[in-house]
Design a protein around this ligand. Sequence first.
Ligand code: AMP
Length: 193
Amino acid sequence: MIIIFFGPPGAGKGTQALLIAKKLNIPHLSTGDILRKKLLDTDDLSQKLKKIMDSGNLVSDNILNKIVGDRLIRSDCNNGFILDGYPRTIIQNNFLINFLKNNKLSVSLIIDLKVSESTIITRIKARSNKESRGDDKLSIIKTRISKYLEETKPLSDYYSSNHLKNYHLINGNQKIEMIERDIEKIAKNKDFH
Ligand code: AMP
């Protein structure tokens, strides 16, 4: 089972992706988490990544496609995986489509979390108090939202028009438990339990 989560920063993708990954017992692949782990290194690459991520911009497609390509061929992905934060650009999406085609795989479910800008700001403020992420400053959030609108929103539009049966738009302004309930309902209909 392959699930892709879409939604702006602060939509709750990470929280929901983790919940469903645990339920289905498949890996939760958050490219943001993978990159944040890399920042703990002290090499040139990690310095470069930190600058890009702290400014709210996107890391290059080559780096992301290599990270994801290497990760998806590991055996724990054999029964499926959950993508959280990838694909984020057309080039990444093309890479993913090719990977799936070459491995005779297809996307089972696309969950798109729709949230208002005020919810995004409230959530990110709360998270920045808890996690102290370099990119959770209010000034950077605007850049992250505009990157999402320019680069990533067209992809969820693509999935909504090409994968109508598998695509689900969910109200991400709700409480975590309500969003979880909505996703569970969809998953149940798909016989995931
Ligand atoms: P996230 O935790 O998903 O909000 O990602 C945090 C940051 O990591 C983003 O603002 C980007 O700088 C970088 N990042 C994560 N995933 C990607 C991706 N698929 N493509 C490019 N940059 C990414």
